[in-house]
Structure formats: C-alpha cells, structure tokens
Write a protein that binds this ligand. Sequence first.
Ligand SMILES: C[S@@+](CC[C@H](N)C(=O)[O-])C[C@H]1O[C@@H](n2cnc3c(N)ncnc32)[C@H](O)[C@@H]1O
Length: 359
Amino acid sequence: MATKQQRLCVNQADGEAGYARNSAVQSVTQNWMKPAIEEAVIGLLNSKSTDVPNSMVIADLGCSAGPNALALVSTAVDAVLHHHHAAKHDQGALEVRVLLNDLPDNDFNDVAKRLVSFQQSAQSPGLLLTAGIVPGSFYKRLFPSNFLDLVVSSNSLHWISEVPEELKSNMIHLYDEDEGLRRERRPLVIQAYREQFRKDLTLFLKLRAQELVPGGRMVVSMLGTRDYLCITPWDIAVIPLNDMASRGLISREMLDSFYVPMYGPSDSELREIIQDEGSFVINEIWVHKLEKTLFPPNAMARFMRAVYEPMMVQHFGLSSDAMDEFVTTLEQQLTPGSPYHDYHVGDRVFVSASLTRRF
Ligand SMILES: C[S@@+](CC[C@H](N)C(=O)[O-])C[C@H]1O[C@@H](n2cnc3c(N)ncnc32)[C@H](O)[C@@H]1O
C-alpha cells in the first residue's frame, strides 16, 4: 500500500494562525542575510561583461507566502539597481528576472499578487524587471542549465526530502515517553537525520551547480544547531505534543508514528558537506544566535503553529481547538522557570553560507 505523502507547507491562511502574520522570527533571520546578498550582487555585477543589455536571473527557493516571500529577492534587486546605476549607468538597459519557488501546496496566489506590486514599486528607468513562479521541490531540477546568476534561500533548507526510513521501519520514535529509552535512542535518531540531511544537501548543491552559471552565487540560511548541543528543530514541536499525549488529548500511538522532516546542521557539518560535494567555493559560513528576548513565548508558540499546523492536522487530525491547546502548552513550556525553557530556545541558531559556483 502506498504511504500518504507528508504535507509539507506552512499555514497558508492570512488570519491569526497564518504564516503571513507569524513569520517575524524568519524575517529577522532574512535581515541577517542582507550584507551577504548585497556582496554577492556586487561581485556578480563586477564580473559581468559590459555588453548591452546586462541581465541577471535571481531565484528564491522555498519562498513561502506572505511578506517574507519577496524579502530576499527585493534585497537583491535593490542592490542591483543601486550598484548598476553607480557603476554602469551608461551601459544601457538592465534586465532582471526574479523567480520564486516553493512546493506546489504553497499559496502561490498570494505570491503572484505580491510579485505584481513588487514589479510596480521597483520600476526604474532603464530596468526591465520580469518575474515568474516555479513550483516544485528544490531536491529536483527546477531551472535550465547555466541559467541562474544568484540563488537565495532562507529558513527552508532544514526541511529534508523525507523522514529517515530506518527510523520508521525500526519503530524508533522521535520522542519516547520513557526518559531512559529516549536518552539511549537519541544518538540513533540524530544520526539517521544527519545522514538524510547530508544526502539531501549534497543533491541540492549538485542540482544548483548545474543551474547556476559558472561564477554564479548562492546565499542560504537555515535553522541549525551548535556542535555540542544537537538541539533539533523537532524538539520544540514534539515536547508539547508529548505533554498533550500524557493528558490524553492526542493518542500516544499517533505521537509514536509522528516524524518531522527537518534537520538543523551545525556550521562545521554544513562546511564539510559543501566541501565534500565540491561544486562551490565557500566565501563565508556564519552562525547567528536567536535572542530569546526578541521573541516572547507566545509569539514563538504562534509561529510554531504557523509552521507545523498543516503537518499536525494531517497526521493527528487536530481540530482548531486542539491547535490552540498546542500553542498554550508550548507557551507554558517556553516560559522562564519551566524545565523545558532552555532546552527549547537555549541555543537555537541559524547557520548561513555564501558560496560561488566553481568555474
Ligand atoms: C519556514 S518557510 C520559509 C519561508 C521564507 N523563505 C522565510 O524565510 O520566511 C519554509 C518553506 O520551505 C518550503 N519547502 C520545504 N521543502 C521544500 C522543497 N523540497 N522544495 C521547495 N520548497 C520547500 C516550505 O513549503 C515552506 O514554504
């Protein structure tokens, strides 16, 4: 019997629980990428021939919907305009094409409307700005060969292509109720995820290397962990669910078969995978720590709902009231004084990389 495909997308609704209103954390992490995107654009413009017209193709992979969907491409287009005008004002028309990608379930209607307003607001003499939407998995080919100049991606590459099969087939749960068993199995769980992430990222790099022009640039950022802590992205979702299972609000059996297809690497893991794959020169890899004070427990819990709700509703069949209970439980667990407080947000980091496709 074919297994049902896991629903991978964020909450589409533009209402209270939607991603559009609960993505401030990601927006902060996108701001951290600005200097690297600007640097990449300047590098590209300086390396382009002076032939008229100049052109640049920019793609955001895993754009989602809401205000964040266009934030990275808009940083890139601003930088193109600023530096093109400064350096090559007499070189004729500039053609920029922005392409936005996500999985087919994404709210592309929202993205399309935002793209049109973006094109209008970015209008500038001598600029032809065209746009396109590219649905599909970034673990497959999305663009023609030697086509892209710049790839950007924020908060998406920690979504792996699938849950490690050996965990499911050996019935190794993400979170055992029994603490002894949980401690004993955690290294196995983490190792299985680590290997899946390595496989996926290696494939991602190979595909993008085919689609980028030689010397093309890539700036990506994702949820990560510190080497010594191995806090995983799923802890924050599964610990409140465990509490709900203990109170009989969801079935323990269903929780045992719930797996989240996400893995956050450390910066050294990221570096090693990129080096081993070999298609890219690493310009920089950096780590940002998320300041707890920026995100009070309630905001963090609502943001987790926006990210996990589709997956949880599909798996547990949770009602909107049950999702409210998830938010309340998580909020309590994130509050200082709770035994889970540090475990949840203690050292949550984002790892980023600026890369150049080898010639
Ligand atoms: C948390 S959102 C990040 C959105 C936005 N880039 C931001 O920083 O706010 C992660 C997005 O990655 C998308 N995603 C996950 N796996 C993907 C894949 N294999 N291919 C394309 N998009 C994917 C999800 O659908 C989701 O919209």
